[in-house]
Ligand binder design. Structure first.
Ligand SMILES: C[S@@+](CC[C@H](N)C(=O)[O-])C[C@H]1O[C@@H](n2cnc3c(N)ncnc32)[C@H](O)[C@@H]1O
Length: 480
């Protein structure tokens, strides 16, 4: 559908009719359409048109447009919820429109997705969901397209979410993974990846997909030596974390508005990521000479935590990052900490071997943090994985070369994909001799919680449905 074509449809009308219609359109354009839905629509469009990241763009637009309070809450729910559910919504829209969603004009598809999300996955009343969507389409695209939006959304509203799932999901009998993936708005291949990582338990797969389909709360990190989690919880109105001694859960509010975050005493960081950095510092390396390395450091979340811990311990961190832009982001967050940032390929950094502790937080598919990156599940492709796996193996092999005898490498990914986790470690260890797998569970648990709750070991796989963290994987490896 070409919206400009619809507008041009009236070319044969007389000038006066054009004027009258122009007035009518302007009236609609000027009409005070709810700013929350407009900003949601704008973010969804940027995601579709230029691969924008919803979680980066939305806070920026909310600030620029001075949208706060309940409107900001609604915009956030609508934007992230719609982006997360996109594949599911498109299947419903295709059925209701009688043609593939991919053939619908992009700007109208954004409005339809937003409307269908409200109808099927929120408690917003049908009338409000449909009429606000029609208003948006009319104000931008004109009467014809808004009629189309109205017709499609009315059809969508004739069933609830479960009825659409019953109608469109693969059958439970023939394809349980496909059924669960559809139900919890994930591409099927990701359902398969989770299923394999969960030792083929469909019961757990359901829990994992359901947890991944929820909007997570913000986790803050209280940088050691600068502020305690207790203090941060007090000033932020949050609650101390369960697993990381530096974590604070922030159920509501904009973390960017907190002085502690603005001044760099605290940052936004998933608790699972904190546990990875902490695990590296807890490993037994004998006499620690204070040479620590973060081989894939951008944008610097773990480097900042490692840097704060190094500061307390009298150690020093070399932070390597291949991207110039991301290296600059590291520089910002490690300001004042004993961290040197180096723009280099981690496979050939030029650094002298002999590190006590090395972190390889490898570039990965990111399938473990989908809940924090709403549209990512629809953007990632299975064919992205093999090249990442190659790089991961090379980076891990280089880390094992750079660590000193007795030192420890922690290999981590924000992905539970077995090809990126255990299979990388197995492949590298089949080629490199003199390396012992260390039980990573006590390194993660410390004396804060029971290490046995982390599974059989020696590697650790965290999950949103188990620990309410991102699905971080980590393996600890000691050079003999
Ligand atoms: C998963 S992210 C690391 C996240 C980081 N540790 C944190 O906590 O903020 C992986 C990083 O590795 C970088 N990278 C990719 N290839 C690399 C290479 N060959 N050498 C060094 N860094 C690389 C990416 O640019 C990206 O910033």
């Amino acid at each position: 559908m070409t919206t400009s074509g619809d507008r041009r449809g009236g070319r044969r009308d007389s000038g006066r009719r054009e004027d009258r219609r122009g007035d009518a359109e302007r009236k609609y354009r000027d009409k005070d359409i709810d700013p929350a839905r407009i900003v949601a629509r704008d973010v969804l469009r940027a995601v579709r048109e230029r691969d924008a990241y919803a979680n980066l763009l939305l806070p920026k637009l909310l600030r620029e447009r001075k949208i706060s309070g309940r409107d900001a809450g609604l915009a956030t729910e609508l934007t992230y919820g719609t982006a997360r559910s996109m594949g599911f919504l498109d299947a419903v829209i295709s059925a209701a429109a009688g043609r593939p969603a991919a053939e619908i004009d992009g700007p109208l598809l954004d409005v339809l997705r937003l409307g269908a999300y409200q109808l099927l996955r929120t408690r917003i009343g049908s009338h409000a969901a449909v009429s606000t969507s029609v208003d948006i389409a009319r104000s931008e695209n004109g009467m014809g397209p808004s009629g189309f939006v109205n017709a499609v959304l009315r059809k969508v509203s004739q069933r609830d979410e479960q009825l659409w799932i019953d109608e469109l999901a693969p059958s439970m009998m023939d394809d349980r993974i496909g059924n669960l993936a559809f139900t919890y708005a994930h591409p099927r291949w990701i359902g398969e990846v989770f299923y394999e990582a969960l030792d083929r338990s469909t019961g757990e797969l359901q829990a994992a997909l359901a947890a991944d389909d929820e909007r997570p709360i913000v986790h803050l990190v209280a940088r050691p030596g600068q502020i305690t989690a207790e203090e941060l919880a007090l000033i932020s109105g949050g609650e101390e974390g369960r697993y990381s001694p530096y974590c604070v859960y922030l159920p509501e509010g904009d973390p960017g508005q907190l002085d502690a975050v603005r001044e760099g005493f605290a940052g936004v960081q998933d608790e699972g990521s904190q546990l990875v950095a902490i695990a590296l510092t807890r490993a037994d390396v004998g006499a620690d000479t204070g040479r620590w390395l973060d081989l894939c450091a951008g944008p610097g979340g773990k480097a900042a935590l490692l840097g704060s811990l190094a500061d307390v311990e009298g150690a020093h961190v070399d932070a390597v990052e291949i991207s110039d832009h991301r290296a600059k982001l590291i520089e910002k967050v490690v300001d004042g900490l004993p961290v040197d940032v180096r723009v280099a390929d981690g496979r050939a950094s030029g650094l002298e071997p002999g590190f006590d502790r090395v972190l390889v937080d490898a570039p990965c598919s990111g399938l473990g943090s989908l809940r924090r990156r709403p549209e990512a599940r629809w953007r990632r492709r299975p064919e992205d994985v093999p090249a990442l796996v190659e790089l991961q193996k090379q980076l891990l092999a280089e880390a094992l070369r750079l660590v000193r005898p007795g030192g420890v490498v922690v290999y981590s990914t924000c992905s539970p994909h077995r090809a990126e986790t255990v299979e990388v470690v197995d492949a590298v260890l089949s080629e490199v001799s003199g390396i012992t797998r260390v039980d990573a569970r006590p390194l993660v648990a410390g004396d804060v919680f029971d290490a046995d709750s982390l599974g059989p070991g020696p590697h650790v796989q965290l999950w949103p449905h188990r620990q309410d963290t991102d699905a971080m994987f980590l393996a600890a490896l000691r050079k003999d």
